[in-house]
Design a protein around this ligand. Structure first.
Ligand SMILES: [Zn+2]
Ligand SMILES: [Zn+2]
Length: 467
């Protein structure tokens, strides 16, 4: 590439520096969440922690293996095979290619059939314990997709290895001292844009599940960091081609419609709630200057903090997109969500407090929500799980504060010593939270009550039907 005539200016660090100072001050004063519940008995906790330690070579090996061989959304064949292979070595069969996705995985341990209770069919979570003899069913979720070009820059190798570690530790524990209950390991492809968890949920992956747990690597430990809901809109304008010099009056300019829509979105931004985000790119701007563009298209992401504010944002952007067509005499096609929309995460704080307390015992200070700026966030398909069953998605530190997700620096960190420690801390933490749920009926009731008070299950497939 030739050198530009003028290089771009480098954005000022002033805002980031101010945010870093404020974050450090809030962090110093932060009170980690604590839990009033008993959770699992001491000997159970000790065995789980010891088993994770004994598995450390397997787990860190898995994390590094995935990291060294990154596969993007829906193509994670070698990654899911590595998980199945490790489970098989520990005597646990796994199904690969389940719930509608070739690279999804499902494995099960424990006493129950995994098909009773839960939100589907019997009136919802909180309806009691389903089949009391079978006990609760808890899902541990493992992501393993990477990003195009920069590999595991979101650290999903750490997510996967810690989930598998928790599952293997629980398998050993439940084998040695059984309690009623079922633990599922769900390998969930394509978090980066593909919405694999939504596809799996629609195929019944969460039927009978009482709670779901996973973690995500980050530059801080946070119990319940917010994630925005996200929709995608592709708007294509249909104009009328004409010679741009000889007969411009015979044309209707699809590029003009894209520009008007883009400008309308830019003006909308001033009037959005704090935290809402809309960002777009032009994916088709016509072919040559001397032909009035017959076709032009833009692609937008719309993000908001709550399911209903995302519905509101949808309506406002739709009105702009349609008005831009009217202004320019063009036709239009609106294509919503070629991949499933992502819902915001509804954190279960009762469960997040258990996580926080277990991590404190491992020497980690887990911040509650609000210490790290809530604007520093994205979207995840775990949101879609979290509005179906009570869920946690704590962030675990693997990189220095200020290291952003989806960068080469984060990709490097994801196989470094801090990431390896996070695999073990994370595996132990997830295993302990699941054991708490299996052993403590009071905790299960509190988790269910919080979920019900937050609105109960959302019917995700029909939620945006009006769009
Ligand atoms: Zn990511
Ligand atoms: Zn991620």
């Amino acid at each position: 590439m030739t050198r530009p005539d003028q290089l771009p200016e480098q954005p000022s660090r002033a805002h980031d520096d101010a945010v870093a100072r404020e974050t450090a001050a809030r962090a110093a004063a932060a009170e980690p969440l604590t839990s009033p519940h008993d959770g699992a008995p001491g000997p159970v906790r000790e065995q789980l922690t010891a088993t994770v330690e004994a598995l450390s070579a397997d787990l860190i090996g898995l994390s590094h293996r995935l990291h060294a061989d990154p596969e993007t959304a829906f193509t994670e064949h070698r990654s899911v095979a590595a998980v199945a292979e490790l489970l098989a070595r520990h005597g646990i069969p796994a199904e690969v290619g389940v719930h509608g996705l070739d690279t999804a995985l499902r494995a099960r341990i424990g006493s129950g059939g995994g098909g009773s209770g839960g939100v589907s069919g019997d009136g919802g979570y909180g309806d009691g314990e389903g089949d009391a003899a079978a006990g609760p069913t808890i899902a541990v979720l493992a992501e393993y997709d990477a990003l195009p070009g920069i590999g595991h820059a979101c650290g999903h190798n750490v997510i996967c290895a810690s989930a598998v570690g928790a599952f293997l530790a629980l398998a050993r524990q439940l084998h040695d001292s059984p309690v009623p209950g079922t633990v599922l390991l769900l390998g969930t492809p394509a978090e980066e844009g593909g919405g694999g968890k939504e596809t799996m949920a629609r195929d019944g992956a969460l039927d009978g599940v009482d709670a779901a747990v996973m973690l995500h690597p980050f530059a801080h430990d946070i119990a319940d960091h917010p994630f925005l809901g996200r929709r995608q809109l592709e708007v294509t304008y249909h104009g009328v081609a004409a010679h741009a010099s000889a007969h411009p009056h015979r044309g209707r300019n699809a590029l003009d419609a894209v520009v008007m829509g883009y400008q309308g979105v830019a003006m909308l931004r001033q009037h959005l709630p704090d935290g809402d985000r809309v960002h777009g790119v032009v994916v088709d701007g016509g072919q040559v200057p001397n032909v009035v563009p017959e076709r032009a298209a833009a692609r937008y992401y719309l993000r908001s903090q709550h399911p209903d504010t995302l519905q509101d944002l949808t309506e406002r952007v739709r009105a702009i997109a349609v008005a831009a067509a009217a202004m320019t005499g063009c036709g239009y096609t609106l294509t919503w969500d070629p991949n499933p929309p992502y819902l915001p995460i509804r954190h279960n704080r009762t469960l997040a407090a258990r996580w926080s307390q277990h991590q404190a015992a491992r020497g980690r200070t887990v911040y509650p929500r609000g210490v790290v700026p809530e604007s520093e966030t994205g979207s995840t398909d775990l949101g879609n799980v979290s509005v179906r069953v009570p869920s946690i998605h704590p962030m675990i530190a693997i990189a220095e504060p200020g290291t952003a997700l989806h960068t080469t620096a984060f990709a490097e960190a994801a196989a470094g010593p801090a990431a390896d420690r996070a695999v073990l801390d994370g595996a132990a933490g997830l295993a302990l939270v699941v054991a708490d749920l299996l052993h403590d009926a009071g905790l299960r009731a509190a988790v269910a009550t919080e979920f019900a008070e937050a609105g109960g299950p959302v019917d995700v497939p029909s939620f945006f039907d009006t769009a």
